[in-house]
Design a protein around this ligand. Structure first.
Ligand code: SF4
Ligand code: SF4
Length: 325
């Protein structure tokens, strides 16, 4: 799809919701290419780096921002407000990074309810003194006026659960190659079909350089630190380390695996995979060298933080962990 962008400099916005903000810092990984982008685009909103306010965006005409890169998941009512505002003001909206795409690491909190999170944070942490058990109130009246804060939701949601998203650029953070591909596509107007994921169309194992086994011999799963000599050449799964490569979309060129660390799934589900955790349960079930169902279940039960491992970046999209706002 070729879309003619205006002859003037393009207008780009960035926003940071529930995330660590690493995706915005990754933009600086473009190195000298940042200067090419700066020559062709004006950044009109970027709270982490530019002193712009929400009312600056509110005063912009609708569709006047060419593209917004939105990173972070939706954790509270402020994120919904800004997502809707930027959607209205932008021709294109990109879910930028794992948290905006699938909830990311913050969505691991979806294993807990809002009440249990508040209980822990505001009452039972060892450093907390709160004898009256007071929780933050979303509205408080003072003599100077009413003070409000955003309301905290019962879960973390991907961006496309609150507004329509045009493109998906996953990764924690997305790599330089794909950020540049995405930005270049917008600056040249040569865009892939709407709804595209700006990454590879195959699973990570395909671009992983390690030897894949003919026959599986896995008897148990361990953490990396529990294995003295991890073989740099052989598939990590085959060495008993849970690697999410078979369920993960390719694109990062196996950057973790090249450092002898397993894939944790930050590029999200591979094409045709709906739920990464479910896919990994199926993969692990097929490689464990054990026929007895009870022993198989025991191997999984004894694997530390199994659910957190198979959903490290995608709990916000899990069909098993749906939560209400
Ligand atoms: S499971 Fe991991 S280590 Fe094994 S081939 Fe796939 S990506 Fe590579
Ligand atoms: S190897 Fe996996 S976790 Fe690491 S960058 Fe690639 S997709 Fe993300």
């Amino acid at each position: 799809m070729v879309i003619k962008m205006s002859e003037e400099k393009a207008k780009i916005a960035f926003y940071w919701a529930a995330s660590c903000g690493g995706c915005e810092i990754a933009i600086l990984d473009l190195d000298a290419a940042v200067l090419d982008v700066a020559a062709k685009a004006d950044i009109v909103f970027w709270p982490v780096a530019v002193d712009t306010k929400y009312h600056d965006v509110e005063s912009m005409p609708d569709n006047s921002i060419d593209v917004t890169f939105f990173n972070g998941g939706i954790r509270n009512s402020e994120a919904v407000h800004v997502a809707k505002l930027l959607r209205k003001k932008s021709k294109f909206l990109v879910a930028f990074g794992s948290c905006a795409n699938f909830g990311g690491v913050p969505a691991l909190a979806n294993f807990k309810s809002k009440n249990s999170i508040f209980e822990r944070v505001y009452k039972t942490t060892p450093s907390t003194v709160n004898p009256q058990g007071i929780y933050p109130q979303t509205s408080y009246k003072t003599k100077e006026g009413e003070v409000t804060i955003p309301s905290f939701f019962d879960g973390v949601y991907p961006l496309d659960e609150v507004v329509p998203v045009d493109y998906y650029l996953p990764g924690c953070p997305p790599t330089k190659k794909w950020i540049l591909a995405g930005v270049t596509a917008f600056l040249t107007g040569e865009l892939p079909p709407k709804g595209s994921v700006i990454a590879e169309e195959f699973a990570l194992c395909k671009e992983c350089p390690r030897e894949k086994p003919e026959k599986h011999t896995v008897k148990e799963f361990k953490r990396t630190w529990e294995i003295m000599n991890i073989d740099f050449e052989k598939c990590l799964l085959e060495q008993g380390i849970i690697c999410l490569g078979p369920a993960t979309r390719g694109g990062c060129e196996a950057r973790c695996i090249k450092t002898n660390y397993p894939c944790r799934g930050c590029y999200g589900p591979a094409p045709n995979v709906e739920d990464m955790g479910a896919k990994m349960i199926s993969v692990l079930g097929s490689i464990i060298d054990e026929k007895d169902e009870a022993k198989m279940a025991q191997i999984i039960d004894e694997t530390p933080d199994f659910a957190g491992t198979i959903y490290e970046f995608t709990a916000g999209k899990s069909v098993f962990l749906r939560r209400k706002q």
